[in-house]
Design a protein around this ligand. Sequence first.
Ligand SMILES: [Mn+2]
Length: 329
Amino acid sequence: MKKLLASIREVLLRSDCWVILAHEKPDGDTLGCGSALVRRAKMLNKNVIWCGPDKAPDIYKFLFGIEYYKDLKSVVVPAGAVVIAVDIASLDRTTKLLLSEDVGNVIVNIDHHGDNSNYGKLNLIEEDASSVAEIVWSLYREYGWEMSKEEALGFYVALATDSGHFRFSNTSSQTHIVASDLLRIGKLDPQKIFTQIYENRSIEKVRLWGRAFTNTELHLSGRLCMCSLTGRDFDECGAEKEDTEHLVNELLSIKDVLIAVLLVEEGKGTKASIRTREPMDAREIAQIWDGGGHIRAAGCRIDHPVEIAKRIMLEKVGEIYARRSYFTE
Ligand SMILES: [Mn+2]
């Protein structure tokens, strides 16, 4: 471990350019950590490119350096640059970044997804960490890097959003230790940050959520909650794709539900977001369609229109549930 951390440090300090990569539909973790790393790159006088396949949601516009955040397609990775992949389980699934190890691009892969495919030259994967922020916080400690206020803000946003504001099962005493440290260093106001992220909704988003809740169905004797949204729902509400962030967690808040699935029409296919409670495994479900994620939160893309995707999902989840419940109930 010490050796890996030292190798990462060596690569970061040696490279003149840092390319910081976020995952598709970027969330607070990938963007918060990205923002902190942009700040660090600037402090170290590095050139920095921060990019991802989708645009950053407006709620994160208070993060340092967000004005530099670019569409991946417009980026040419300079020779010799280090690429820092943040919170990305699999590079081919999330991005089509063209890289060449021949010109000396080294990928540093920092992640907490248990199914990470170790695509980097250097892979720092810690499944027990609540967020990538928790991992990078330790990295800074190891390197003796003193944190700026902007970095503390980025890491705090990452930590808070990935742990569902310290209430998901990934929240540990270490998560709170890191949070306490960040609050102190950044002189942060947790209430203000919460308001910025969660109490900052557009009316279009609230309308979309209303429609989603109206469409919600219970199956498997109330254990599975499924909800679907079509392109038409978005159009009629005037909502954006990013407006579904955190919606699936609300479905899991229904009494006795063990599996919550949100299906969203995407082109000719359907994007599925899955959340579970014990003993159900979200990743096991997502993997049926080559998706992935965590045990409690995962996602995948199904190459069928929403209505068909819904039927297949119901069938597959039903099979898994029948197997699990046989052993547990
Ligand atoms: Mn994450």
